[in-house]
Each structure stands twice: as C-alpha cells, then as structure tokens.
Ligand binder design. Structure first.
Ligand SMILES: NC(=O)c1ccc[n+]([C@@H]2O[C@H](COP(=O)([O-])OP(=O)(O)OC[C@H]3O[C@@H](n4cnc5c(N)ncnc54)[C@H](O)[C@@H]3O)[C@@H](O)[C@H]2O)c1
Length: 351
C-alpha cells in the first residue's frame, strides 16, 4: 500500500504552538511505512528532539516549498503569504470555502500552482467532521469563565499547560466577603448548553475539575428555553453548533434584568453570524482582553468569546488532534474516505 511522505511544516503564526502530528504518532506512521519530515519551529510546544527520537527527518523552517513532489504538507493554521503558487498537497484549516476574507487568494494560489487542498474542516464521515479541536476549546472556555468568576482572571491569557490550568481551577470557589472563619464556599452553579457535543464534553470536564455544581442542556432542553432557570446559574458556557437563527439563549433584554448569572463563555463564537444565540454580543474577545462586560456596573454580565481557545492548551490540543488525524492517514494516498469528501469540496470551489 502506498504511504506518502508527510511533511510537518512550521506554523506561520508566531503565537501558534500546536502541531498536527505528535512524536508518538509520527513513530507509529514511520513503523507503518510513511516517511515523516518535520520542520524546525521556534514556537512548537513539542521539542524537535522528540521527533528525531521518533525517527523523523528534520528540515529547516519553511522548506516545504522545496519538498519532493508528492509530499503532503501538513499544518494547522494558515500558510505564509509566500510563495504565490502552491504546488503541493496541503492538509490544514484553510477557511476558504465560506467566502471568508482572503479565501479567493488562497484558492488562486492552488489554482496557479496546480496543488491540492485537503482542508481538515471538511474531513467527514457521513457528513460528520472527524478531526476537530472541540474538547479542549470547551475545556479552556469553561475554565476561563470559572477563573473570571472567582476573580482570578484579571489580565490577558497565553498558552499554558493543563497542569497549570487545573491547579488554578482546583483552588475552589471563593468565599463570600464577610464569611465567618471556617465557612466553606458554595460551589458555583454552572450551565453548559450543547453539553453532549465535543466542546460541551470538554466544558463539563473543566467545570468538574473546578468543583462547580453542573447543569447540562442539549437540544431537547432548549426547545422551550426556561429563562429563569438559565439566569439562576452563576456561569453559562455556550457550546452549541448552531447554523440557523432561532430564539436566542440570552437576548439584549436579559442583560439588564436582576439575575444570578454573571459570567458567560461563548465557545461557539458565532458573534457575527445570523445564528448568534447570544446576540447582545457581536464581537469576539482576545487573548489580550479576554473579557467584555455588558449591563450596568452593579450588575455586569461578562462574556469571554475567544475564537482560538485550543491554542491556549497547545500540548493537549495537539495530542487529541493527532490522535484523530493519524488513523485517517493510511487512506490519504488513495484519497479515500474522509479525504475524498474533503477533495470534493476543493474541486467544487476551484472551478
Ligand atoms: N472558540 C473556539 O476556539 C472554538 C474551537 C472549536 C470549536 N468551536 C465552535 O464550538 C461550537 C461547537 O463545536 P463542537 O465541536 O462542540 O460541536 P458538536 O457538534 O460536537 O456539538 C454541538 C452540540 O450542540 C448541540 N446543540 C445544537 N443545537 C442546540 C440547541 N439549539 N440547544 C442545545 N444544544 C444544541 C448538539 O446536539 C451537540 O451536542 C462550534 O460552533 C464550533 O465552531 C469554537
């Protein structure tokens, strides 16, 4: 069976520490007959030595442009601006099929160079995505909401390890001011909407580590939205994959009513979409300024809507992404299964 040469490129973004294939999986692929080359990278969370130990060849950063014909270049986020023409097969998240900014230029680069895009977002089986970062997105989003609620998130955020994050979560809920000595703090009430999905599962896991009292809602629980029940939580995490407009979970009018709810993590980040289920917020927040406040000073509703949450836990995100991608790679040479589905999207958009 043909095994293509996999070329793990260095990520172009200076803040991106993730990698699509981790050394343990690279080793398995090499044992299975693949050749794996890994580029040097100043940002990757995993050291080059671990790849060398696994049997990978090493190449300079950005040398994929001269990779042998037939090599498949694997990355996570966007390619660098150069070169103009893309001649290889590339596996990454290109965000090129929904009219996104810069999408035409990406497709033009493939058109001119004769290369091929196998976008990870479109690797599907029976229409369902098979490689995604959802779990860790939900985990980090929920964790940041808890830390904010406890007064432990006051500035920007940057990539960290799960151990660091969990250690902060395990400090437990803050005691109310004026509480008597020896009193124990009540766990925060936290609601996850979309709790059965990938990010919802991750959110539930982080909230459990934090010791919160959990409520989980999925589709059946939001057919009729019990607004009073929703507002009686301290923390809400929105993990819903929503593709059409419907009754919002929280409307602008809900921001100014008396409510217990104070902190929202919008993992979904559909902030500019007509499917936005939290329409009082129309912009993402950032690593530098993760929190935006709505409502009055005495009754704020604080929202965290960071759209690159998995990059904040680069090692765990890389490991789970690699675990999902690696079993698909034996079908890559023949463009079978999910590869055929992704290739079909590319061909349709290249016309
Ligand atoms: N912020 C980030 O960094 C980041 C990273 C990854 C994914 N995401 C986004 O998070 C969202 C969820 O992704 P996922 O991988 O967890 O999706 P998923 O398909 O695994 O899960 C979505 C869940 O939402 C539920 N759901 C759908 N409509 C609902 C409704 N009206 N009420 C209640 N539940 C409903 C589904 O039943 C499912 O359980 C997507 O919009 C995705 O783009 C954001």
């Amino acid at each position: 069976m043909t095994r293509p040469h996999l070329w793990i490129r260095a990520e172009a973004r200076p803040t991106e520490q993730r990698v699509p294939i981790v050394p343990a999986d690279a080793r398995r692929l090499i044992e299975d007959g693949f050749t794996v080359t890994v580029e040097e990278s100043p940002t990757r969370v995993i050291s080059l030595a671990e790849y060398v130990e696994a049997g990978c060849a090493v190449a300079p950063r950005g040398s994929w442009v001269d990779a042998p014909e037939g090599a498949v270049v694997v990355g996570i986020k966007e390619l660098p601006e150069d070169p103009d023409d893309l001649a290889h097969t590339h596996v990454f998240f290109a965000h090129a099929y929904k009219g996104q900014e810069g999408a035409d230029r990406v497709l033009d680069r493939f058109r001119r160079g004769g290369g091929e895009l196998l976008d990870v977002e479109y690797l599907t089986v029976d229409g369902k995505r098979v490689v995604a970062f959802g779990f860790w997105a939900g985990y980090v989003g929920a964790a940041l909401a808890v830390l904010r609620h406890r007064g432990l998130l006051t500035g920007g955020v940057s990539p960290m390890s799960r151990e660091e994050l969990d250690a902060m979560l395990q400090q437990g809920p803050a005691l109310a001011s004026g509480a008597p000595a020896g009193a124990t703090a009540e766990p925060e009430r936290a609601l996850v909407i979309g709790s059965q999905g990938r990010s919802g599962t991750g959110a539930m896991a982080a909230l459990a580590v934090a010791g919160c009292a959990l409520t989980r809602w999925d589709r059946a629980d939001t057919e009729v939205i019990d607004k009073n029940a929703l507002l009686a939580h301290d923390i809400m995490v929105n993990c819903v994959a929503s593709d059409r407009p419907r009754e919002p979970f929280l409307a602008t009018a809900d921001v100014d009513v008396p409510r217990r709810l104070r902190t929202v993590a919008d993992v979904t980040c559909d902030v500019t979409s007509e499917a936005n289920l939290l329409p009082f917020n129309t912009a993402i927040t950032t690593w530098e300024e993760p929190v935006r406040a709505f409502g009055s000073v005495g009754n704020p509703l604080e929202v965290i809507a960071i759209d690159n949450l998995p990059s904040l836990l680069p090692r765990e995100s890389s490991e789970s992404f690699s675990a999902e991608l690696t079993p698909l790679l034996p079908d890559l040479a023949d463009r079978q299964g999910p590869w055929a589905a992704s290739l079909e999207w590319f061909r349709r958009h290249l016309r």
